[in-house]
Design a protein around this ligand. Structure first.
Ligand code: FES
Ligand code: FE2
Length: 398
């Protein structure tokens, strides 16, 4: 984040603390219950946001070396992503051109050739079919017609984008806009190293998972023994970037900045910036790295979703964590990542799953987002706009 913006965010948070205020929308909105429970709405989202929209599948650090690969199968098309000998990021449909079997089933690794487990057709990391067993028995084929299907993909601003459609367009300028691009580049995401991945399957609509990141009104209750110890609840700054947004949370450590010269301020001391990248990506920016949460529907259902959590750190932060691990060698299962994962799994998603159950009961027709929850207003209306639905109007409130 550029320095001027860091200072504006910190000053805004301090101002809210001093005046006992919070960022506010002009009113409240009623989000209809069927946003989360309707099969029709879900199909509409699945087609528009997942099958037809560019997807962020990870960061540059997911493919650290020439010869690295990763696979995903989260948005309808099985994907094999590679970094070829030239260091270029490539994406293919992970489906064998012989009889349709998934070619590579490992989540990630280092491999330059991929052999299909069924009959052994072999593809290189540029997708070309380089050989198949017993051609004299099988018959002669034009290998150039049987490469893995390539998908449009782009590596920019530290992110790996892929389009699930062969003729899809990925215009990162259009997706993010100049201001957010400048901000993403300033964080240096491209140099981060992937250190850990977790996933949580929950009986809730995929958007309910996102909603738990969209406000800090709940910190003093749901997280009173965890996050509330290090964050002020109900104090935020909020900014939008086209369909994307940034919610800046307020750390208690912000108090240190009151006596620090402004030129030495780092926004991450006093705040946790949380980006919402349309449609389903949440990026939490920490001092030594980031935690990316990707939310996907499961089983083609509005009622089930998976949260994929990836931790990326700077090489310096990793060195520091490894030092801590050594010092704590006697402590079994020392894991610096577990706290964040446990909190969202055991607190946020438990509450969100209960909310989903309540919504499914059909006994309430809407849920209410307060003036102090502008992120929820923004991205729910953004989802609606993207689906050609009328925006939800504000209920004015003082
Ligand atoms: S299905 Fe892949 S080699 Fe036969
Ligand atoms: Fe939470």
């Amino acid at each position: 984040m550029i320095k001027k913006e860091q200072v504006r965010v910190i000053k805004g948070l301090l101002d809210h603390l001093d005046n006992k205020t919070n960022v506010k929308a002009e009113g409240m909105i009623k989000n209809p219950a069927d946003t989360y429970t309707s099969e029709d709405r879900f199909q509409n989202e699945w087609n528009n946001f997942f099958l037809e929209h560019p997807q962020i599948i990870g960061l540059s650090g997911d493919l650290p070396n020439k010869g690295s690969f990763m696979t995903t199968d989260d948005f309808g098309v099985p994907i094999l992503a590679t970094r070829d000998a030239n260091g270029e990021f490539k994406c293919f449909v992970n489906v064998c051109t012989h009889r349709g079997v998934i070619v590579e089933s490992a989540r990630r690794g280092e491999k330059e050739k991929f052999s299909c487990p069924f009959h052994g057709w072999t593809f290189n990391n540029q997708g070309s079919l380089i050989g198949y067993p017993k051609p004299d028995h099988f018959g002669e084929i034009d290998k150039s017609c049987y490469g893995l299907k390539q998908l449009p993909c782009v590596e920019k601003h530290g992110f790996l984008f892929v389009h699930p459609k062969e003729n899809g367009v990925i215009d990162t300028q259009d997706l993010l806009g100049d201001k957010l691009i400048e901000e993403m580049d300033s964080w240096g995401f491209k140099d981060l190293v992937l250190t850990q991945e977790e996933e949580y399957v929950t009986d809730m609509n995929w958007k309910l998972a996102i909603d738990t990141f969209g406000e800090t009104y709940h910190f003093s209750t749901l997280h009173k023994d965890t996050l509330f110890e290090s964050f002020y609840g109900n104090v935020q700054m909020f900014d939008t970037f086209k369909r994307n947004a940034r919610l800046s949370l307020c750390k208690r450590q912000i108090e240190d900045l009151r006596t620090t010269p402004e030129k030495d301020w780092d926004v991450r001391i006093g705040s946790l910036p949380v980006y919402f990248l349309f449609p389903n990506i949440i990026v939490n920016v920490l001092e030594g790295g980031i935690i990316v949460v990707k939310e996907y529907p499961l089983e083609n259902s509005p009622h089930k979703s998976v949260s994929k959590v990836s931790f990326y750190f700077t090489p310096e932060a990793i060195e520091y964590i490894n030092g801590l691990k050594k010092e704590n060698a006697s402590e079994e299962n020392f894991n610096p990542y577990i706290a964040f994962g446990e909190i969202i799994r055991d607190e946020d998603y438990v509450a969100a799953a209960a909310s989903h159950k309540g919504l499914r009961s059909g006994k309430i027709d809407h849920i209410l987002f307060g003036k102090n929850e502008p992120a929820l207003h923004h991205y729910h209306n953004t989802f609606r706009e993207a689906l050609n639905l009328e925006p939800i109007s504000l209920i004015k409130s003082k």
